[in-house]
Design a protein around this ligand. Structure first.
Ligand code: FAD
Length: 410
């Protein structure tokens, strides 16, 4: 393994985009990606949607074809786990004992799926979903499954429940909250998602904790609280991730108290030769005025690119408004800004008409928006209103009126 000018640890979306950013400014500086997975970088959103359902080809899931890395002179080491960063000599050691030196390094190690520590959680038939291999295994198991239980009512849980029901497998979904997506969406929308799932044949069990998974050789049923039993020979847990930031912690990079890697506006960590991007990066978000860390495809996409350019000397600030999307059955969501802990929500349009925007208000300013069926003409003003943290008081009535031209509120 030769030393390189640019080393990227982690091989997800942020890593692939960093290569594009670097190559824009430096056509020949040596680049290597070290990734724990056996695959080239790929997109994860299709793993709970079209790819899981068998509606998207494997080749369409990769961020770049193999030829891109070859033609761009980028070495990709797969099945290669970085175990230690020695900052003083700028070297990274791998699990097999090899090491690789760098001038500039990007950490883009993302997260791994969390498995609830329930009795029986290690039985065959119990899955989490983070990787392409997880997805292939779930799709294969779904072909033979008689009954699926999805544990978790957030986006991944709802998307998987929806996709598996579209594959004509009987599905139950259970979660702790009162309705699906409760942490981020208004109640009317969460209840609407529940109705859509139920109309599709999914059994929804809200406000309920799974207690243990039972089975002799493989999962057969799940005991829920209140002595409820759900038969299931395929169980998918969609209960969140843990960040792969142990290597950053051991290298004594600054971390947040929730294990995100602290970066500045250039996505540089507390070590000037190490950058971080994607799910692990906690950056100073100018829109919210807060240090922010999210698990969004678009953020990994844009931060990876920005970090790559900065590794090659661009010195650009990362100021893109966080953006998120999801598809559950026929419903497509888009969200900008910060949807956590709103003081209140202003509704524009109507869910039953298929076009609604929920404006999230914090401290009397617009913090975020969640939209369904947003007209194209409203995309830019929506983002601009949030980026400006617009004061709500004087515009509230006009904002709630779907006939108001949003651009006039800027
Ligand atoms: P990752 O994609 O997690 O990549 C990190 C890579 O680094 C992994 O391959 C990992 O194995 C590797 N790695 C970790 N540690 C090491 C190490 N020590 N050495 C070497 N390699 C290492 N977002 C949306 O906005 N909308 C969606 O609809 C959506 N759907 C999703 C559906 C699924 C099923 C999943 C799992 C995620 C979804 N996301 C979605 C989230 C989005 O995919 C992530 O935010 C994005 O993948 C983050 O990219 P990343 O490059 O930061 O990290």
């Amino acid at each position: 393994m030769d030393d390189v000018k640019y080393l990227i640890v982690g091989g997800g979306l942020a890593a692939a985009r960093a290569c594009e950013g670097i190559r824009e400014l430096d056509a020949s500086g040596s680049i290597a990606i070290v990734t724990a997975e056996p695959h080239l970088p790929y997109h994860r959103p299709p793993l709970s949607k079209a790819y899981l359902r068998g509606e998207r080809a494997l080749s369409k899931v990769f961020v770049q074809a193999e030829s891109y890395y070859r033609d761009s002179n980028i070495a990709v080491y797969t099945d290669a786990v970085a175990t230690r960063i020695t900052r003083r000599s700028r070297r990274v050691t791998l699990a097999d004992g090899q090491s690789i030196g760098y001038e500039e390094m990007l950490l883009a190690t993302g997260g791994r799926a969390w498995r609830l520590p329930l009795s029986g959680a290690d039985l065959p038939g119990v899955f989490t979903l983070r990787t392409l291999d997880d997805c292939d295994a779930i799709r294969q198991a779904a072909r033979a499954a008689k009954q699926v239980l999805v544990i978790g009512g957030s986006f991944i849980g709802c998307e998987v429940a929806a996709s598996l029901s579209q594959m004509d497998v009987p599905v139950t979904v259970c979660f702790l909250e009162d309705y699906p997506l409760q942490a981020v969406v208004p109640e009317e929308l969460g209840r609407h998602v529940q109705t859509l799932l139920e109309d599709r044949g999914v059994t929804v069990i809200a406000d309920t904790r799974p207690e243990r998974i039972e089975g002799t050789e493989r999962a057969e049923q799940v005991q829920l609280e209140n002595d409820q039993i759900v038969e299931a020979d395929l169980i998918v847990m969609g209960v969140g991730i843990r960040l792969n930031t142990q290597i950053a912690r051991e290298a004594e990079l600054d971390l947040t108290d929730r294990s995100g890697v602290v970066v500045d506006e250039h996505l540089r960590t507390s070590d000037p030769h190490i950058y971080a991007a994607g799910d692990i990066a906690a950056w100073p978000d100018p829109a919210s005025g807060e240090r922010t860390r999210v698990e969004h495809w678009d953020v990994a996409y844009n931060q990876g690119y920005c970090a790559g350019r900065n590794m090659a000397g661009a010195g650009e600030s990362y100021d893109t408004l966080p953006y998120f999307f999801s598809d559950i059955l026929e419903l497509s969501f888009e969200a900008w800004g910060n949807l956590s802990r709103p003081d209140r929500v202003i509704t524009r349009g109507a869910l039953q008409d298929g076009a609604v925007t929920y404006w999230y208000v914090r401290a009397d300013r617009l913090a975020g928006a969640l939209a369904i069926g947003l007209p194209d003409a409203e995309r830019e003003p929506t983002q601009a209103l949030i980026s400006a943290r617009t004061q709500v008081q004087t515009i509230e009535t006009a904002l709630a009126d779907a006939s108001t031209d949003l651009a006039t509120l800027l």
